[in-house]
Write a protein that binds this ligand. Structure first.
Ligand SMILES: [Zn+2]
Length: 344
């Protein structure tokens, strides 16, 4: 089969269509005929090469996918061929201490489809049968592919780790990516008052249409903490959702209210940060890390999607043949939501 990914690690010039063997589902596994896949920033890191994560090459990218059940491995569940499904990209061993305690996100052997295994940007993908879930009826394949990674990440970060409660003031740093657009919806669903902080006003209308109560812009002259402090009428922010890293994290900390939390889910703009730790103990604030999610959190997301309380945000749907062009949209300042690939 012909997948989209890379043969050699590197930059965008390494992206190519690659020949891969048709995968065969083993015991307890399902082969899904992919109808739509979606990209995440993670794909860029996988392309570049993540230290300590060996990748089978050639490699198909893509953690997110929706499609139909094609075949089931020996001893697998009785899933009828043709059943419409979406995939949970999180893989855990089910046997370690964390998994046995129902905390799969903390699995010692946590892996991600498309990073540690062959991805969804291909006609077929094989995953454990527990990783496929019925596609909610209201969603197309393209919508379904736009859901999994960003919504489970936002859900765990804000609900489980950030403990967002009704009435909390929540700030989402960043306006256009898949994760911030999911986080905004999750925070609203939890009853928070949500402000989105962006470097430009370009996406304000779209963000407000998704439910944001407030919108602020920041730059060197109007630092993030100052504009958030002002927006909150000097009460501070209860939970800041920060996936940017170095340029914003110290300011996110300074924007906190007493007992506030910064939840860090990524560092897309750099990992090394310096800040005044006195802010932490004086305000009794905390910085918490979160990544991906476990079984229960994923099911919670699906239930809200099925009920229409959360909705995928699709930036663009591109035919498989134009996958390299779709992937480059990450660098487009107009990006809003998920980059989806229609797979033939
Ligand atoms: Zn485990």
């Amino acid at each position: 089969m012909r997948g989209f990914g890379f043969r050699e690690h590197g930059g965008l010039d390494r992206l190519e269509f690659v020949d891969l063997p048709d995968p065969i589902p083993g015991p307890g596994e399902v082969r899904v005929a992919v109808r739509a896949a979606a990209f995440n920033r993670l794909d860029r890191f996988t392309l570049a090469g993540i230290p300590g994560v060996p990748v089978e090459r050639p490699h198909a990218l893509g953690s997110d996918g929706a499609g139909v059940v094609d075949s089931v491995g020996e001893g697998g569940p009785s899933l009828a061929a043709g059943t419409k499904v979406l995939l949970n990209p999180g893989l855990w061993d089910g046997t370690c201490e964390a998994c046995r305690a129902g905390r799969e996100a903390l699995c010692r052997n946590y892996r991600i489809v498309g990073e540690h295994t062959q991805g969804t940007a291909a006609p077929y993908v094989v995953v454990p049968s527990a990783s496929v879930h019925p596609l909610p009826e209201r969603l197309s394949f393209e919508d379904g592919a736009a859901v999994p990674l960003v919504f489970e990440t936002a859900w765990r970060a804000l609900v489980t780790v950030g403990e967002v409660a009704p009435g909390d003031r929540v700030a989402i740093v960043g306006a256009g990516g898949g994760v911030p657009t999911a986080a905004l919806q999750v925070a609203k669903l939890r009853g928070a008052t949500v402000v989105v902080a962006s470097r430009s006003t370009a996406k304000e209308a779209k963000v407000r249409a998704l439910g944001a109560d407030g919108f602020v812009t920041f730059d060197d002259e109007h630092p993030l903490d100052k504009v958030l402090w002002q927006w909150s009428e000097k009460r501070g922010i209860d939970v800041v959702f920060d996936s940017v890293g170095a340029p914003t994290l110290p300011r996110s900390v300074r924007a906190l209210a007493r007992a506030g939390r910064v939840v860090v889910v990524g560092a897309t703009a750099g990992p090394n940060v310096e800040f005044d730790v006195r802010t932490l103990f004086w305000r009794q604030a905390s910085i918490r890390g979160s990544t991906m999610a476990g079984a229960r959190e994923f099911e919670d997301v699906l239930a809200h999607l099925a009920a229409g309380r959360l909705a995928p945000v699709v930036d663009s749907v591109t035919p498989f043949e134009r996958a390299p062009e779709a992937f480059r949209r990450f660098d487009d300042p107009d990006l809003f939501g998920k980059i989806v690939l229609r797979v033939p």
